[in-house]
Design a protein around this ligand. Sequence first.
Ligand SMILES: Cc1cc2nc3c(=O)[nH]c(=O)nc-3n(C[C@H](O)[C@H](O)[C@H](O)COP(=O)(O)OP(=O)(O)OC[C@H]3O[C@@H](n4cnc5c(N)ncnc54)[C@H](O)[C@@H]3O)c2cc1C
Length: 295
Amino acid sequence: MPTIDLCGSEVQKQKYLPSLAEFKTLGCWALTEPDYGSDASSLRTAATKVPGGWHLDGQKRWIGNSTFADMLIILARNADTNQLNGFIVKKGAPGLKATKIENKIGLRMVQNGDIVLNKVFVPEEDRLPGINSFKDINKVFAMSRVMVAWQPIGISMGVFDMCHRYLKERKQFGAPLAAFQLNQEKLVRMLGNIQAMVLVGWRLCKLYESGKMTSGHSSLGKAWTSRKAREVVSLGRELLGGNGILADFLVAKAFCDLEPIFSYEGTYDINSLVTGREITGVASFKPAMLAKSRL
Ligand SMILES: Cc1cc2nc3c(=O)[nH]c(=O)nc-3n(C[C@H](O)[C@H](O)[C@H](O)COP(=O)(O)OP(=O)(O)OC[C@H]3O[C@@H](n4cnc5c(N)ncnc54)[C@H](O)[C@@H]3O)c2cc1C
């Protein structure tokens, strides 16, 4: 939705946003490729101009909902300009194939897919006019990272809640686990992290609302909340002892669900580098001996 909202034409917004908002239409967003993850700005999926529209050829990887989405936003490289463009591809388009990635240990409720595009025809009206380079994609990231920054916060709150209850119910040495000072310290550390994460999430939203939020702000928020949440779920897993590794007690599930969040929407490292570039003026995505970054 954010991509069409930020980069779509008025006609596209009218056509797609209402049904997406009501979940009558399901979408997905395809940037990552098998050989271009963090280095997504170098992606190779090609968009070639043909009469009446475009042909898309290439592969995508990890695309959430792609196996059943009604519409797929595909980011591809314009063969004429060498810049990135965005396209709306409909479910069942000839030449489009999406296969579910198996054996994930986290976020198992989301189906992620490998996509193959073989001369998939997209009519001109389904090209997104607002995506003409990776800079335009970064505008989408700036907004989506605000949303993703809240996911580790919710997961951490759930883990705290589970642990708080568990420590009061389970007894060892004749006393509830909650009575042990070391366990209390861990609970308090978790709570402190959560309070700080909520404030960072709140501040991000305020900056966004006032139109002052930068890419560096949202990347910092996403990277930092996912790092702090890693500590929370790790402490939570520890507090449950052996039961902390059983999915039945949910903390282990949260532990596993956080890992992909740490790595998607830009990994912790890449988001740190986005903010690092903003505060120093120096881009360090590529080793110094290589050419200037296009991110
Ligand atoms: C569950 C899940 C859902 C996803 N959903 C989508 C989706 O819907 N749409 C989509 O387009 N993509 C999606 N992705 C892809 C996701 O955005 C990528 O996995 C992510 O960008 C990292 O790319 P990669 O996995 O290829 O890791 P790599 O880029 O291979 O990185 C491996 C490691 O090297 C580090 N690294 C890489 N480059 C640098 C650098 N310059 N400096 C320092 N460290 C570096 C990374 O931080 C990481 O730790 C999803 C991924 C997952 C796991």
